[in-house]
Design a protein around this ligand. Sequence first.
Ligand code: PLP
Length: 426
Amino acid sequence: MKLYNIKDNTETINFTGAVKQGLGRGQGLFFPENLSPIANIDALLEQPLVPRSVAVLQHLIGDEIPEATLTAMVERAFAFPAPLVKVDDHTYALELFHGPTLAFKDFGGRFMAQCLATLSTDGKKITILTATSGDTGAAVAHAFHGLPNIEVVILYPEGKISPLQEKLFTTLGDNIRTFAVQGDFDDCQALVKQAFDDEELKEAVGLNSANSINISRLVAQVCYYFEAVAQLPVEQRHKAVIAVPSGNFGNLTAGLIAKALGLPVKRFMAATNANDTVPRYLESGSWDPKATVATLSNAMDVSRPNNWPRVEELCRVKGWNLADIASGSLDDADTKDALQRLFAQGYLCEPHGAIGWDLLNKERGKDEVGIFLCTAHPAKFKENVDAILEQDLPLPGPLAKHLAMEPLNGTIAADFAVLKEKMMGK
Ligand SMILES: *Cc1c(COP(=O)(O)O)cnc(C)c1O
């Protein structure tokens, strides 16, 4: 697989290099040079998740990873299903929360851990530094916990993620260190960027990022879009539109890559909360991020989505019109309302998924079949979901276990000098 830096096309790299390095020069994102369609998609859609995902990843990654190795990696990473659940005759929920940390981040996080564990055989220590708005942290922490030669440092905005989300990754210990940053998610993301610009730190700790900028996470996520369409009744396959609850826009990027590979999806919809930089941009043409606000769908509290340049690049190389991506945003009051209406229809969801469903309802054409991505398990947002739906959701096993454990996090100011000292001072 050959990739180039979007900011500087002369910098090219292979898959292994891009996985290890994360970002290119000038903090540019790596982008696949070849996104040619896969032959015979219909036959591919008949296959089960694991062999189909191996075929998709092989098409993208090429011969850098032998098939048997890739198969073993996919089997370990995707060890849980992604069921498509019918909500009504023309609406389906793609449930991406059946992994160990109950959010779709498990797909990318676990595949990335497999990549780093398999591809970096030089025995040098790696430090994964990642910023999380909630769910990445848990997925990455669980995927890397206990792996030799890998240290993980997770930054998250203090007080801005759900207590359950926090417990899920601050309680692991061992090779997992976690810091609550006195700021918002964009501050955390800025710290990560500064760290990658600091050659001394990078060299000293073998810095790597597990954010959705890492190409291994994106290619893993492409696979569940194939899984979604594969589960649709055959006669509905060519009518599919997919609504993606979006924060950093990695999920949407993966969906668009799946479409570039020939997956029959008519179009995509990008749904955000009040942090609506992208819907406003698609409407007005001006990129005008505002200060990030805290919402019920906190994993999408991002006003400077770092994967957006990839969406633009993809549209550019494919000759697609950005305006063909439908978009919309919901504030918290309307999110509550959407969650209640969806529940009244018989589907129990959580705020992120409900935002996707609502946009789908508004934008779906008469002949289209809609899929909305359910990005997290409802119990992961138990406090809010219980209050909004007047329920008392039972806690799934992994949540109950971690809730009872002691958090091991530290708190730091949103100041790179402080972070650097913590990371170097070990
Ligand atoms: C991360 C996350 C999102 C946003 O996904 P992006 O790829 O960052 O756009 C949406 N919902 C949940 C529950 C998440 O954890």
